[in-house]
Design a binder for this molecule. Structure first.
Ligand SMILES: Nc1ncnc2c1ncn2[C@@H]1O[C@H](COP(=O)(O)OP(=O)(O)O)[C@@H](O)[C@H]1O
Ligand SMILES: [Mg+2]
Length: 412
C-alpha cells in the first residue's frame, strides 16, 4: 500500500532560513507509521499569490502562514480555506486580525493574570472622518493626561493598542516624555501601561502546539544577543506559570505558533506582550534554540495532518471564563485548571505519545541535519543576507558556536 502524502503549504514573506530548515527536515522524515498502522509522508510547498475563485479547492492540508499579518490578499485566502475547505492553519486568521494587543490584555485580565495596569487614551489627532468635529465637540471628554500617568506611576510605557515589533513604543520617564510621546502618537491609538521596574527576568516563550520553550530575553541587547542561553533560571513554580500563561493565550485565541513576553519580579509573572502571531524564529535570533523550534514546528504540523486533527479556529470563551469567575479558586488552582483546558485543546498527551512512537526518529534526525553541511550552508547564506560583508566571519562564528553548543548539549 502506498503512503498517504500530506502537503503542507508555506506562506512566506522574506524569510529563507527557517523555511529551508523546515523543508529539509520534512524531506528527511521519510515514511511514517501512524498508531493505526497506516503509512504517511509529509511534503512541503511554498505558496504563491494569485487570483483565486472562492470556490477553488486547495490541495494543502495545513498552511504555516508568515505573511497575512501585513499582506491582505493571502489573509483573505486563509479565511476562505479555513471556512470552506477545513485547511488546518496554525494561527486562526479570524482572531489574528481582530485580537490585537488590546483584546489580548482584556482576555488575560479577565482570566486573572497579572497584566500591568493599562489605560487606553483617545487619539491625539482628529480622526479622519467628516463627523469627527461634531462628535468630538459633543462627546469627547477633556482628560488630564498627567493625572493618568501619575496614577500609573513613572516610568511607564506608551504603546499602540495594536502594536508589534516595537513600533511606536516609548518609555516615559517624566511629564516631558509623556507629552512628547502623546503629541507624537498622532493617528495611533495608545495605551499607557504601568511598568514593572527592576524585574528579575524578562522571559520570552515560543509556543508551537503544546510545546513551549521559555527563554531568558535581554531586550536592550542587539538582535543576535537577545536570547541568552541559560537553563533553569526560573523557579519551578514560576516556570509552570510561564508555560501555562503562554499556552492559555494560545488555546484561548486558537493560536498555535506564537510568542509571549513576561516580566518576573518577586515570584510574580506579569505578561506584557502575547499577540505575536508571526513570532521571530530566525536562526540569527534564536540560534541555540533554533533546532528546538524547527523540531516543534515539524512535529506539531506532522501530528495535525497525520492524525487528521480537526481545525477549530473559533474561540469558545465559556470554559475559560467559568474558571476565571469561580470564586472558590485561588491563583494556583486557576492556573492548574487553565493548563488542563490547554492540554485538552492541544491533545497534549496524545501528541506526546505520537512523538514517542511515530516520530521517535525525529530528535536524532534533527541532530544529524544540524551537524550537516546543508545546515552550515543555510547558516552561511543567512548570515550573508543579514549582515554586511565585514561582519560575516564574526557572525558565522557567533551563531555557529551557539548551535555547536546545542549539538554538544544533546550528546551529554
Ligand atoms: N509594562 C512594561 N514594563 C516594562 N517594560 C515594558 C512594558 N511594556 C513594554 N515594555 C518594553 O518595551 C518593549 C516593547 O513593548 P511590547 O509591548 O513588547 O511591544 P511590541 O509588540 O512592539 O514588541 C518590551 O519588549 C519591553 O522591553
Ligand atoms: Mg514585544
Amino acid at each position: 500500500m502506498t503512503a498517504t502524502d500530506h502537503p503542507v503549504g508555506l506562506l512566506l514573506g522574506a524569510e529563507e532560513d527557517w523555511p529551508t530548515a523546515f523543508e529539509a527536515l520534512a524531506a528527511r522524515l521519510g515514511v511514517l507509521t501512524a498508531p493505526d498502522g497506516s503509512t504517511h509522508t509529509v511534503s512541503t510547498e511554498r505558496m504563491t499569490i494569485e487570483p483565486f475563485n472562492l470556490r477553488d479547492r486547495p490541495h494543502h492540508e495545513l498552511v504555516i502562514d508568515r505573511l497575512a499579518h501585513w499582506y491582505y490578499h493571502p489573509r483573505e485566502w486563509l479565511k476562505k480555506v479555513a471556512l470552506m475547505d477545513d485547511v488546518y492553519l496554525l494561527n486562526s486568521p479570524f482572531t489574528f486580525q481582530s485580537m490585537e494587543k488590546h483584546s489580548a490584555y482584556c482576555a488575560l485580565m479577565r482570566l486573572g493574570m497579572n497584566v500591568p495596569e493599562t489605560v487606553l487614551v483617545p487619539y491625539k489627532h482628529p480622526v479622519d472622518n467628516a463627523r469627527w468635529a461634531y462628535t468630538s465637540a459633543r462627546y469627547n471628554r477633556g482628560f488630564d493626561l498627567d493625572e493618568i500617568a501619575a496614577s500609573l506611576g513613572y516610568p511607564l510605557y506608551m504603546k499602540p493598542f495594536d502594536g508589534g515589533g516595537w513600533r511606536g513604543v516609548s518609555q516615559v520617564r517624566d511629564r516631558e516624555d509623556l507629552h512628547r510621546a502623546y503629541d507624537d502618537s498622532g493617528e495611533m491609538l495608545m495605551h499607557l501601561q504601568a511598568s514593572v521596574p527592576d524585574y528579575e527576568h524578562f522571559v520570552r516563550t515560543l509556543t508551537i502546539g503544546p510545546e513551549t520553550m521559555a527563554m531568558k530575553f535581554r531586550p536592550d541587547e542587539p538582535m543576535h544577543d537577545r536570547y541568552a542561553v541559560v537553563h533553569g533560571f526560573l523557579s519551578d513554580e514560576v516556570g509552570r506559570e510561564v508555560v501555562t500563561t503562554s499556552q492559555t493565550v494560545n488555546a484561548f485565541f486558537r493560536w498555535e505558533f506564537n510568542s509571549c513576553e513576561m516580566l518576573v519580579k518577586d515570584g510574580v509573572v506579569y505578561p506584557i506582550d502575547y499577540a505575536n502571531a508571526c513570532p521571530d524564529v530566525a536562526v540569527t535570533s534564536l540560534h541555540y534554540y533554533f533546532p528546538w523550534a524547527m523540531t516543534a514546528l515539524l512535529r506539531w504540523s506532522t501530528y495535525c495532518v497525520v492524525t487528521g486533527r480537526s481545525p477549530r479556529p473559533h474561540i469558545d470563551t465559556a470554559p475559560w471564563f467559568a474558571v476565571a469567575d469561580d470564586p472558590a479558586l485561588g491563583h494556583e488552582d486557576r492556573l492548574a485548571a487553565y493548563q488542563a483546558l490547554a492540554d485538552a485543546h492541544f491533545e497534549t498527551e496524545r501528541y506526546r505519545e505520537f512523538c514517542a512512537t511515530t516520530l521517535a526518529h525525529v530528535p536524532e534526525m534533527v541532530l544529524d541535519w544540524v551537524a550537516s553541511d546543508d545546515f552550515r550552508r543555510m547558516l552561511t547564506s543567512t548570515v550573508q543576507q543579514t549582515y554586511p560583508p565585514q561582519e560575516w566571519d564574526r557572525f558565522e562564528a557567533h551563531f555557529g558556536g551557539l548551535v555547536g553548543l546545542w549539538l554538544s548539549d544533546q550528546h551529554r
